[in-house]
Design a protein around this ligand. Structure first.
Ligand SMILES: [Zn+2]
Length: 199
């Protein structure tokens, strides 16, 4: 795909953290396809956090796409999805973590993880890692059976698919290129992102 001007790159199995002002638009791009990017957001005080549970409450769905809103633990709108060329994202799974890789796969605790990549980058903004809860997992494809069983499938996102989210308050955001084998069809790719200033 053509390199977009202004697009920053998150290297495979790493993460970033940055500030957004109210009205700014974050664009997250799956550069090569089939790559998950976990998103976590905090209010300026570092104590107001993205809440997957509240977001399910107010949207009435676990499939967030264009027009849906990500809410905080205080029930305030944090981000509105204003564009989405993929349409399949996950709101149920916690970010992959060292403990998870040991417990589920018997991998080394040194395995890179979204949790550590979020925690290490958000620490620069004074965010305590215990405040990192369930993330909004862009491009992650989890399927729920009628009985409630969950299965992680390869993302349906293709190279160049993107989701855009408008900040509804000033935010501190953590964003990753996910490190979990199963979620990314067993190949770790980079993620592109940019923050466009609000009008
Ligand atoms: Zn992950």
């Amino acid at each position: 795909m053509k390199q977009e001007v202004g697009l920053r790159r998150i290297e495979p199995q790493t993460g970033v953290a940055f500030r957004m002002g109210r009205g700014d638009v974050l664009r997250v791009v799956d550069l090569e396809g089939e790559q998950v990017s976990d998103l976590m957001a905090f209010g300026p005080d570092g104590r107001e956090t993205f809440s997957a549970g509240r977001s399910i409450d107010y949207n009435g769905t676990i499939r967030l796409t264009t027009g849906h809103v990500l809410y905080s633990n205080r029930s305030n709108p944090m981000l509105t999805i204003v564009a989405d060329s993929c349409g399949v994202h996950d709101l149920l799974f916690a970010p992959c973590s060292p403990e998870m890789f040991v417990a589920l796969y018997n991998f080394s605790p040194d395995h890179p993880s979204c949790f550590r990549n979020l925690a290490d980058n958000l620490a620069a903004f004074g965010i305590d890692e215990d405040r990192i809860g369930t993330t909004f997992n862009t491009f992650m494809n989890a399927e729920m059976s009628p009985s409630g069983d969950l299965k992680v499938l390869p993302p349906v996102s293709r190279a160049g698919d993107a989701i855009e989210l408008r900040a509804e308050m000033d935010l501190i955001v953590g964003l990753t290129a996910c490190s979990a084998e199963l979620s990314n069809n067993w190949r770790f790719k980079p993620i592109g992102y940019e923050v466009r200033p609000g009008g």
